[in-house]
Design a protein around this ligand. Sequence first.
Ligand code: GRF
Length: 282
Amino acid sequence: MEDVRRVAVLVSGLGSNLQALMDAAADPSYGAEVVLVASDRPDAYGLERARAAGIETAVIRPIGYPDRAAFDEALTGVVAAARPDVVCLAGFMRILGPAFVRAFPARIVNTHPSLLPAFRGAHAVRDALAYGVRVTGCTVHLVDEEVDHGPVLMQAPVAVEDGDDEASLHDRIKREEHRLLPAAVRLVALGRIRLDGRRARLLAGPVSAAAAGPAGTSAVAPAAGPVSAAAAGPAGTSAVAPAAGPIPAAAAGPAGTPAVAPAAGPRPGQASEREPIDGGTP
Ligand code: GRF
């Protein structure tokens, strides 16, 4: 394979997003491969997934270092040795220090389980439920030196259902993450993203591949414009994320009755919110 881009992935837990990325990359037309999976936790199941796929793994435990800067430096060294075109945070539970972020400028991609800038931090799904929002979702973004703050690449809304608990809602959010993350990582890996201030633009150019998502089929990239989720899945055509479900409407029911709008797709403006992201919160 020629010119296959290199992706290093950091995980702390289950690694379902890593799996989605590895599955997408198994298609040679994806154009990038996972070359390293590193974790701060030796028991992270994501490491097992990587080993099963024959991918190099590394464990860098914070406890082995005198302070955060030393941990950061060690992690930077291990990741840099893999010569990644992109570093992907797929459920990495530590905040990365400035040294790490500066070592891979505009090349670190994180996925966060809320529509940023709402619900930053480590308990985004729980916090969204507690707040009582009718719609939340996920955000895939470039990482900068602030937590959950960096240019947005893609977002997808997920409706909150009556009876949801943190696990059920997070499961549905993850389904969207599994679709968006491989698509976004691929665009960054192929150098298809240009930053215009905080706004991520998709560069025009040929896309050699069927896209990362299950039914992605773009053969030619759209003209330069906002990042599209076209490569992310079957229905992805909007600038942000295709709606995977209904968008709650504030006033669709009788007074005081929270209601969910018919599945007519995202309301203009609502799904096109773009905001910054993070350095690796769950
Ligand atoms: C994802 O929801 C991600 O947004 C968050 O942690 C979760 C990781 O899930 N940061 P997994 O380990 O990929 O299954």
